[in-house]
Design a protein around this ligand. Structure first.
Ligand SMILES: [Zn+2]
Length: 372
């Protein structure tokens, strides 16, 4: 028996080797690229090749704005068609990224989001101009006096196919975060001191890096990401504030960050590793100062919390939340409370409690700017 399974293994290895060398001999070739410009301003890029095109990963980068799509190894080159009539693209290039990956880069003429990618032949890439959902002052950002007001980006956690944590009575985190976000926007605009941009104002899914991109494209001065927690210990309750750190302040914070970061996987594209190297470089540069400011911002909110608001012990914690990785915007993530706790779940649905939290956050923002 041992001999025959060994033989089987050897022949399988030979077949595999033969397949691999055949593959290498016939490296697939990219053959063409066309762009269709749609009436709604979106643009569809179609890439053809000698065989089906699979996508290893895709993401957007800023400074300069570009869309990156990693493919298995392909030969051939691509460029923007001469008769291109769109506005989003500046150029297209493809090159060898490493032994097994060819990298397709679309240089953007204007900030755009990756709307969809359909693998196949052709590979279809949908692009749409980014328009961060803005309210009040943000929409009028180009009007002079408005421009001096700080722009606060509020990010309602989760949304769409990603409900987030589910409460004891089936309360969905995505709904709680949206309700708090809309209330905070309203109250912030009412002060007359701030402009507001939202990453979402309805129930739809946005990837974590896209949330960061939206805040950056809006030139936000501060970013607040709102979430509601869940914990196997039903007695865990209270609000907590997180800022970014390469190492988590404790195991619980690490587990929470891991959980929140999974939001991207739900959409079927795991981007959790793709911009890790980019993220690390950014942390080492601009982010150090931003991280300090984020800590000051978190402390300002903490000091402004109404005494009636229950806080989790060690209210200000640190962890590697992806949504906090804007390299130039001081950002905090607030876990508003625990949906797994009976009392918290009730509070998170109460308009009075919501107003109390919203007022405290605004006080914190005021305090942050007063100290600048
Ligand atoms: Zn969450």
């Amino acid at each position: 028996m041992a001999v025959s399974s060994r033989n089987l293994f050897l022949s399988a290895a030979l077949v595999l080797a033969a397949l691999l060398s055949a593959d290498a001999a016939l490296a697939a070739e990219l053959t063409g690229l066309t762009v269709e410009v749609n009436e709604d301003g979106s643009e569809q890029v179609a890439v053809t090749a000698s065989e089906e095109i699979e996508v290893q990963r895709s993401f957007t980068l800023t400074n300069p704005d570009r869309v990156v799509i990693d493919l298995p190894e392909f030969t051939g080159s691509l460029s923007l068609p001469k008769k291109y009539k769109g506005v989003l693209l500046k150029g297209v290039r493809v090159g060898k990224f490493n032994a097994t990956t060819s990298r397709l880069v679309m240089d953007l003429a204007a900030p755009a989001t990756l709307q969809n990618i359909t693998e196949g032949n052709p590979l279809i890439v949908g692009l749409k101009a980014s328009k961060p959902v803005a309210a009040g002052g943000a929409a009028k950002a180009k009007v002079k006096p408005e421009e001096t007001k700080p722009l606060i980006a509020i990010d309602a956690g989760h949304g769409g196919q990603d409900p987030g944590a589910i409460g004891l009575h089936k309360t969905r985190e995505r709904d709680v975060t949206l309700a708090f976000t809309l209330a905070l926007r309203k109250a912030l605009l009412r002060t007359g001191r701030y402009r507001v941009a939202l990453t979402r104002e309805d129930d739809h899914f946005i990837m974590l890096h896209e949330r960061v991109n939206l805040a950056r494209q809006a030139h936000a001065d501060l970013m607040i990401s709102l979430h509601a927690d869940s914990n196997p210990r039903a007695e865990a309750q209270g609000l907590s504030i997180y800022t970014l750190s390469a190492t988590a302040s404790d195991d619980e914070a690490a587990a929470l960050a891991e959980h929140e970061n999974k939001a991207d996987i739900i959409s079927g594209m795991d981007l959790s590793t793709t911009d890790q190297d980019v993220a690390n470089i950014l942390i080492d540069l601009t982010q150090r100062e931003t991280m300090n400011k984020s800590t000051i911002f978190a402390d300002a909110i903490m000091e402004s919390l109404h005494p009636k608001i229950t806080r989790l012990s060690r209210t200000h914690r640190f962890a590697g939340f992806r949504v906090l990785k804007a390299p130039d915007i001081p950002s905090v993530l607030i876990e508003l409370g625990f949906l797994s706790n009976r009392r918290d779940e009730k509070l998170l649905l109460s308009p009075e409690y919501r107003e109390l939290v919203v007022a405290s956050i605004i006080k914190g923002i005021d305090r942050y700017y007063a100290a600048q």
